[in-house]
Design a protein. Structure first.
Length: 688
């Protein structure tokens, strides 16, 4: 793995010739030189001839290349999609008739095979709502209040059918659910706090016992660590830019590799020096990327299975010595509000998330988001300048991260999303290679998809008038809203560039990223075995898995109210309702993010906490489809049995891995091992 800039510098003469040819094509002579048919030196704002003649110097707009046109089209499409999504919230109120369960709905998805499975709806009268659990008056009265204080993935725990089965599973779980009823999602946050009651250890420290060398640079003392050679630093740099920076493009590779790293390598690390802290954080994440991909696996001793977490231990993660050196210096520059400070906080956040310290991750991201807002308000920004281009990427990275932890943990937002209209979308720097362009396309697609997922949460689950998943005053799924959201999601998928397109039947295949691969070999498989995981350049396997899994997550969330209806009001189900419940179950099958090679590189996956929260809910729903009569029929009609069993196995495998690093993972395993008593035996598939 190596970043694109490094490959460019080592390119062949033929490639260099092609670049020179493209540069010659892109060169623009001014209008004066064109009219005189003389060679233009292309200086700005005036070329040499125009200065001598003292005339106005005008340049034509450069003609866009094919790659330019592709990315411009993507940006235009994203803006169009965002505008259409905004219309939903402005024109469709949760109080309107669209929340009437008697309304009918027809599937709109033409791209997916799911839509073809749904038959025309049968009109069914609405009898008086039966009391689901006549003996449980307390539960019926308490759940609606508690339900409003839970995030969307946690709401499943209080579905009456699931709640009754969980309370019957054991005394410990029943007590826990009583606390969930009282506290809501904050109870889950307390599990995270209990899992990590202390800060990351202050030791090891990279400088300790290494015979560090003290230098003076610009009148300030700086240190060099003999053990930290330039070769090691460039290796960690390469791995950082080939992994974490692909998913969240926080640091500019050219500036880092040509300026920051050589300066620090030559003159040492300073105390109150932002560049020194930034380099240390990049190196720490680079070491996590190396050991998280190829290091020793953490042994969890569960049925002899093979852990998907590599590098260090749950308490002492890889790269901690470098991270500690950064933490020593971070306090000196912690409170400034500029682009460099935002980068430091975001890099710190990524390290905390790689160690599954989710609240530390949130605190660091919040600091970055607040500093970003102050910078946007107080510092004039030329969005077309190199700094402006980088600021766009930083802003949208912080905005993406903040939304995920708000959806799943209900942690406070800083208001960074209020600046979306002020900050242009990134991706208008057309100097990248094809692989870098592919990464930027993924990033842009995630921005648009996040906007759509946000609408699903706000309109279906967070609206005060929505009763799509509540027994009291049950209103049924908001069918017309879901119809519009489904149409928008399908439009998003249709408009993806060809390099990101996939079909449901080929959701495990390689993307068309221009790299050679065996078309018969899938990128995503249930298990690659105990050997070394396949290497993909530019983190393409994780960015692809994230994009596709988030799409199916969106479909799952969108159709989930129909599963609730089938579970609690089967007598009110229409044929169309059953089809949409089936679409929800299908969307939950085999998300690439839980399959190999991602399975064996969990430290490199973005927002780990989000997947764990949702996998717990998916497993609870899948368990009910093995015993609830209506859901059994729907699952048998719409889901492949082998895919169903494999999905359960992969999601349980994820929970087993994360239970030693996450509070919600530990509690989830306590619940699931009683619902899936053969889980440990099944996990033997991943034996060492």
């Amino acid at each position: 793995m190596e970043p694109a800039a490094g490959r460019a510098s080592a390119s062949s003469p033929a490639e260099s010739s092609q670049r020179r040819e493209r540069a010659a094509i892109a060169a623009q002579a001014c209008e004066t030189c064109r009219s005189r048919k003389s060679k233009c030196d292309e200086q700005r704002p005036k070329c040499g001839l125009c200065r001598r003649l003292n005339v106005e110097c005008q340049y034509r707009e450069p003609q866009p290349t094919k790659k330019d046109k592709t990315l411009v089209h993507i940006l235009d499409t994203l803006n169009t999609m965002n505008g259409k999504l905004d219309v939903i919230g402005k024109t469709v109120s949760p109080n309107s008739f669209v929340f009437d369960m008697s309304s009918t709905m027809s599937p709109t998805s033409q791209h997916s095979s799911l839509g073809a499975m749904v038959t025309a709806p049968e009109r069914v009268g609405q009898p008086q709502r039966p009391r689901l659990f006549p003996h449980s008056q307390t539960m019926d009265s308490e759940i609606p209040q508690a339900y409003e204080h839970l995030t969307t993935p946690h709401k499943i725990l209080l579905w009456p059918y699931i709640y009754m089965h969980l309370t019957a599973a054991g005394t410990d779980i029943q007590v826990d659910l009583e606390y969930v009823l009282q506290e809501g999602t904050p109870w889950f946050l307390r599990q995270e706090m209990a899992m990590h009651p202390n800060i990351l250890p202050a030791l090891p420290s990279f400088g300790q016992g290494t015979g560090e060398q003290v230098l003076i640079f610009n009148g300030q003392p700086r240190v060099l660590f003999p053990k930290l050679t330039y070769e090691i630093m460039t290796n960690y740099t390469t791995h950082y830019f080939s992994t974490y920076n692909v998913l969240f493009p926080i640091v500019n590779y050219k500036e880092f590799s040509q300026d920051l790293l050589p300066t620090v390598a030559r003159h040492g690390f300073g105390e109150g020096d932002m560049e020194s802290v930034l380099v240390l954080l990049v190196l720490a994440l680079g070491q996590v990327a190396v050991e998280g991909s190829y290091g020793q696996r953490i042994d969890v001793n569960e049925g002899g299975r093979r852990s998907g977490i590599r590098g260090g231990t749950a308490e002492v993660p890889p790269g901690l010595d470098l991270f500690n050196e950064a933490r020593k210096r971070l306090g000196f520059v912690n409170t400034q509000c500029n682009m460099e400070n935002i980068q430091l906080h975001l890099l710190t956040a990524l390290y905390f998330e790689a160690t599954a310290r989710h609240l530390d991750f949130w605190r660091a991201t919040s600091s970055a988001a607040l500093a970003c807002q102050v910078t946007l308000k107080c510092e004039p920004m030329d969005w077309d300048s190199p700094k402006g281009c980088q600021m766009k990427r930083i802003y949208w990275s912080a905005n993406l991260i903040e939304n995920w932890y708000h959806f799943d943990l209900d942690l406070p937002r800083t208001g960074i999303c209020d600046h979306e209209d002020q900050v242009p979308l990134p991706g208008d720097n057309f100097e990248e290679s094809r692989q870098e362009s592919q990464s930027m396309m993924c990033f842009l697609a995630m921005i648009a998809l996040r906007r759509h997922i946000s609408r699903i949460h706000q309109i279906i689950y967070e609206a005060s008038s929505s009763r799509a998943e509540q027994n009291e005053d049950y209103g049924g799924p908001p069918v017309h809203v879901i119809q519009e959201l489904s149409h928008q999601l399908d439009s998003w998928r249709h408009l993806l560039p060809a390099a990101l397109q996939w079909s449901d039947e080929e959701r495990f295949a390689h993307p068309d990223d221009g790299t050679p691969h065996n078309p018969k070999k899938m990128m995503f498989v249930p298990d690659e075995g105990p050997g070394r995981a396949a290497d993909y350049r530019f983190n393409i396997e994780i960015s692809t898995a994230q994009l596709r899994s988030r799409y199916y997550y969106a479909r799952f969330m969108m159709y989930r109210p129909f599963v609730y209806k089938a579970m609690h009001f089967p007598e009110l189900m229409t044929a169309a309702d059953a089809g949409y419940a089936g679409a929800c179950l299908q969307a939950a099958m085999l998300w690439p993010i839980c399959m190999s090679p991602c399975r064996d590189r969990k430290r490199l996956l973005p927002v780990l906490f989000s997947w764990t929260q949702n996998f717990l809910g998916v497993l609870l729903i899948l368990r009910t489809t093995t015993e609830h009569p209506a859901l059994i029929r729907i699952r048998e009609q719409y889901c492949d049995e082998e895919e169903f069993k494999l999905t359960v196995l992969l999601l349980l495998d994820w929970i087993i891995d994360m239970k030693q690093m996450e509070g919600i993972g530990a509690w989830g395993w306590k619940v699931l091992k009683q619902l899936y008593p053969d889980a440990l035996e099944a996990a033997g598939r991943f034996a060492s």
